[in-house]
Design a protein. Structure first.
Length: 235
């Protein structure tokens, strides 16, 4: 498939779910996320980062030897390091004191979506991963700047995001090369990318909603001098 056409198709898909336009990331850019929101975000994102080498390995395993498979393996090699990108992410997670929480529903749904698309074949699997990878450079740069400016976090805490602000320009390019080599039909690529972009948007929706729930609970505690009143009080 023509690579320029493929890139235009995917760029149009992700533009409809541009993650930096999401209210959660808008709050991140403005320094409005509190410590608990950053910690909860890191706990959930870690599940996605931990799954990425396996997803890339699944794509590579389903791809015949050639330029497409080589491109995927280059990205996988970067992910596993050393140091692995998960190790770098843990520097951020430690800095914001992320808990060891299980995957929340939207995190689980996004992981299931990615695994299902990889299981369907390398074309849909790679397209699903590209829906985020194409956005990573600008998203990672924005996150790192927000963490430095508003939360005064140091280099160890921002290294993961600083790295991806540059490295994922290459990763996205390699993945586009691989997809162009693997298929002549843009339809399954667009479908898988659109679904994955929606999954990432839902992931942020959940982070935004959970943060709002915590703020409302804290406000209620403040008004009533402790725990919020029972829903059944006065009945």
């Amino acid at each position: 498939m023509d690579r320029e056409l493929l890139e235009r198709e995917l760029t149009a898909v992700v533009a409809r779910r541009r993650l930096l336009d999401h209210p959660f990331y808008r709050r991140w850019e403005r320094g409005e996320l509190d410590a608990s929101e950053l910690a909860a975000y890191a706990a959930q994102y870690r599940h996605l980062e931990a799954a990425l080498p396996g997803l890339l390995g699944g794509v590579a395993a389903g791809t015949e030897s050639g330029p497409g498979r080589d491109a995927v393996l280059r990205t996988l090699a970067d992910e596993v390091g050393p140091p692995s990108h998960l190790e770098l992410f843990d520097g951020f997670a430690a800095a914001v004191e992320a808990p060891s929480d299980p995957p929340a529903p939207a995190t689980t749904a996004l992981l299931d979506l990615q695994r299902r698309r990889v299981a369907q074949g390398p074309v849909t699997g790679l397209a699903a991963l590209l829906a985020y990878e194409l956005q990573v450079p600008e998203v990672a740069a924005s996150k790192a700047e927000g963490l430095r400016t508003h939360h005064r976090l140091g280099a160890d805490a921002t290294r993961f995001w600083d790295l991806h602000a540059g490295l994922d320009v290459e990763h996205a390019s390699w993945s586009l090369d691989a997809l162009a080599a693997l298929t002549e039909d843009p339809a399954p690529v667009v479908e898988a990318a659109a679904e994955a972009a929606g999954g990432w948007w839902a992931f942020l929706d959940e982070r935004l909603a959970r943060g709002e729930d915590r703020r409302q609970a804290g406000s209620a505690c403040g008004r009533y001098g402790g725990s919020p009143p029972s829903r059944t009080a006065g009945r």
